[in-house]
Structures are given as C-alpha cells and as structure tokens.
Ligand binder design. Structure first.
Ligand code: SF4
Length: 449
C-alpha cells in the first residue's frame, strides 16, 4: 500500500493570497504574524496568549503564514501552536533557570564562536529566524537584531578558526543561517572552505520547517558547491511534516546533503511515546534521519515546557526495538554550565561476571553474552595514522588509554592538603603509578608510541 499523502494546509485567512506570493519565501517573511489583531484573523487567542502578546519584555514573536496554517485554530492545546504562540506561562521563573544555561558565551573565545569540544565549533552567524520557538535555548540573543554579529566579529571568528587546526567541523547556527541573504551565506561558506583543516560544514536550520519555500533549487545548487555539507533540521511533532517540508527535504537530499533531525522534548507537545514513534517514522519516510531528542534546557521562559528526565527514558524505551534502529534518535541532556551533550538511556545491561554479561531487550527477554576468554588486548588493531590531540579534553577516554589515572575536581589537592605542612611523609613519588602520569607531555607520549 503506498504511503498516505502528507498534508498541505493554508489557513482560510490566506485563501486569497495568489500562489506565486504564497510560495515566495520573501512574501512569507514579510507577512509574518506578530500582533494580537493579526493572530485573531487566524486563530482564537486564549486570555493567556493575549496577555503574553501584550507584554513588552517577552521573547520575540513572529510566525510565517505557512507555519501558522498548520495550527488547528480552535484547539488551544494544538502542538504546533504551543511551540510558537506565547502564553503567560513564559513569565514564570523556575529553580535553576538561567539566561545562558549552556554557558555558551563563556565557551566563546571570540564573540559568536562556541568552542566546547575538541574538534568542532559552533559558529553563530545571525540572530534572526523565520519563526521564533518559545523554548529557544538562545533566546538571550535570538530575535534581537541589535545582538547580531558584526563583520569585525565574523573576521575574528575566521581568524580563530584559521589559527586553530584542531577544529575539523564547523556547525553554522544562530538564529537560522538559512534566513541570511544568499550572498552573505555563500561568503561564509566559501571563506570556511578556504581553511584547509576544516573537513565538514554543518548547518542547523528550522527554515525547511517554517519556510520550506526558501529551499529552492537555486539555494541547494549553491550549498552543494561546499560539500561535504550536512544539514540538521528541527521538527518536534508529526503535524509539522507536510508535503512542502517533504519537497524541501527532497531538494536537499538530491543535492547530496545528508539530513538529520533534532527534536526538543516539550511538555504538552511531544511528551508521548506514540507521538514520538509517529514523528521518527514520518521523518525517515521523508529521508531525514532522527538524530537527537533533547531534554529541554533550563532557559528563561521555557519552564512550562520541561518534563522529568524519566519521561525521556520512557520514550526511548518505547522506541528502541519497537521501530527501525536508524529511526531512533539519541536522548541527550545538554549539560547545564557547559557540560556538553550527555547521552542518557534506559539500562539494557543487567549484570556481569568475569566472562559473561546479562542483557535484556526491549521485550524484557533476558539473555547472556559469553565473553571471549582468549582475547589479547595487545593484539588489538594498531592505528598507524597520526593521532589527533585533544589538549586538556581527552577525558575518560584517556583514563582507559592509560595516559592518566585520575581526573580530579578543581581544587582537589588544595582541599585535601588541609592547610597542613609539607612534611617528611609527603613524597610525590609515592603516588605516581608506574607507566602512568606526568613526566612526559601527551605529545611526547604519542611520539613514543
Ligand atoms: S529556530 Fe532555533 S534559534 Fe530560532 S527560535 Fe527556534 S530554536 Fe531558537
């Protein structure tokens, strides 16, 4: 049986707009909905929404006519509506709420360039989006034209990248890079491609979801000049998967751009295993690989969207094994304070002995895996290439590799010295492990291997 057709909607308020305008991304951007009067022509506002729309200090509101048409106008709980129409709940503070909960600005060596991981950076190229999500992690800058990055800052970002050869992967985000003027976007891509050590470029964009008509063959033709280029889109609910989004994704995949999807787990929107299963299956149908399911960040204005982490675990339990493995996204908590992406999942390993592990599958079937008894670690495959150094960030992996034996919290030595004396029993050599520890730099160790 063929797949049922995907929906294509236009709210009655836009019935008279000629098709050439409706399908023009510039028309969609310049006719975005943001005042109570404009909203009332398309959906019936609740008191809470009216209050939020008349507040002066809330995160920016703008919704493309295309995207607002996906809302069921009489349903205040519509999952698309909740993502983009503000409510008074945004004004409620909550414990641990922060302006910049991922400490991105602290991890920025130059403005707008977040260097958190060893080999990749996040490059913020604009603060503008096609539509604004009420839970936006970067609401501290997004939507504010005055916060956008200057030409001088762009040059500083490029200078940093040129002089930092450990960076092999640049993720363009913002804001949304695909709302930039085509010339500016191309300039950014071409300047990045001039840096030899940058192997891949990624773009994170919600434009295909909010404004699919922006993904023209002219745009994809430009993008494919800068391969390898990957794009992650951002769909949270199956109702966002329309014929228009499918066509935009088709244009991108035909241009050789691999597509992934990021979803934010949102209370009242997609905190249900059956919605998530429908979402990932529909994404795969339009050739988009589900990538991450994010726990909602501790960001100002987003408290009412947060779920307990247990809800995410329950969802993952209902995905793994229940649908194709490549349709299962990875559940992630982005570590508050700049901890980076930390995967969390149900436990599948129940126990272990010196030669056996006990596992359970999604059905509750319990099995054992017999470990090999003749495995020789010293016979493991040898890596002949040049190891990539991860200065200061080799982490747990370096404990396993035997490069260091401890990772200590900041100030550990000072606290445990208890203000005492350097006395005759304190001899550093006592706690130096044979073959591990200082004495050689990582680089020297690497050369000796
Ligand atoms: S598209 Fe992304 S950057 Fe823009 S408002 Fe939504 S979450 Fe924030």
């Amino acid at each position: 049986m063929p797949n049922p057709p995907l929906p294509s909607k236009r709210a009655p308020a836009f019935a008279d707009v000629p098709d050439d305008k409706w399908n023009n991304w510039r028309w969609q951007l310049s006719n975005r909905i943001n005042t109570p009067e404009e909203f009332e022509k398309v959906i019936s506002l609740t008191d809470s929404e009216r209050k939020a729309l008349s507040a002066s200090h809330l995160f920016r509101v703008d919704i493309t006519p295309y995207f607002i048409s996906l809302i069921d106008p009489g349903n205040p709980d519509d999952p698309v509506r909740k993502q983009v129409v503000p409510t008074a709940a945004e004004m409620l503070p909550f414990t641990s709420m922060m302006e910049d909960s991922l400490a991105e600005d602290r991890h920025s060596p130059v403005p707008g360039l977040v260097h958190r991981y060893p080999d990749r950076v996040l490059m913020l190229v604009t603060t503008q989006c096609a539509t604004y999500c009420r839970y936006c992690t970067r609401s501290r800058i997004v939507g504010d034209p005055a916060a956008t990055f200057s030409r001088d800052e762009f040059e500083m970002q490029l200078d940093y990248l040129e002089s930092t050869p450990q960076v092999r992967d640049v993720l363009l985000s913002g804001g949304d890079p695909l709302v930039l003027a085509p010339k500016i976007l191309e300039e950014i891509l071409s300047r990045l491609r001039e840096i030899p050590h940058i192997e891949i470029i990624r773009i994170g964009s919600r434009v295909p979801v909010f404004l699919p008509m922006r993904v023209t063959t002219k745009l994809t033709g430009m993008l494919q000049k800068y391969h390898p280029l990957w794009i992650n889109i951002h769909v949270n609910h199956p109702n966002e998967i329309t014929a228009e989004l499918a066509e935009a994704c088709d244009r991108m995949t035909r241009a050789g751009i691999p597509l992934g999807n990021q979803t934010v787990l949102l209370a009242g929107v997609n905190d249900n295993v059956h919605i998530q299963r429908d979402l990932v299956q529909k994404l795969v149908r339009i050739r988009v690989r589900p990538y991450y399911l994010y726990q909602c960040d501790l960001v100002e204005g987003a408290g009412h969207f947060r779920t307990p982490v247990a809800k995410g675990i329950e969802i993952m339990e209902g995905l793994r094994g229940h649908t194709s493995g490549f349709a299962v996204h990875q559940y992630i908590i982005d570590g508050p304070g700049g901890g980076g992406k930390i995967p969390v999942s149900p436990n599948y390993m129940l126990s272990m002995s010196d030669h056996k592990i006990v596992l359970r599958n999604y059905e509750g079937f319990i099995t054992t895996y017999e470990e090999p008894t003749g495995y020789l670690p010293e016979s493991a495959a040898k890596f002949e290439g040049q190891k990539r150094l991860e200065p200061g960030q080799s982490g747990i992996s370096s404990l396993l590799e035997g490069k260091q034996m401890f990772i200590k919290p900041e100030g550990f030595e000072e606290i445990h010295a208890r203000g005492g004396l350097q006395h005759r029993l304190k001899d550093e050599r006592k706690w130096m492990s044979l073959g591990i520890g200082p004495g050689e730099t990582e680089e020297a160790q690497d050369e000796n291997e």
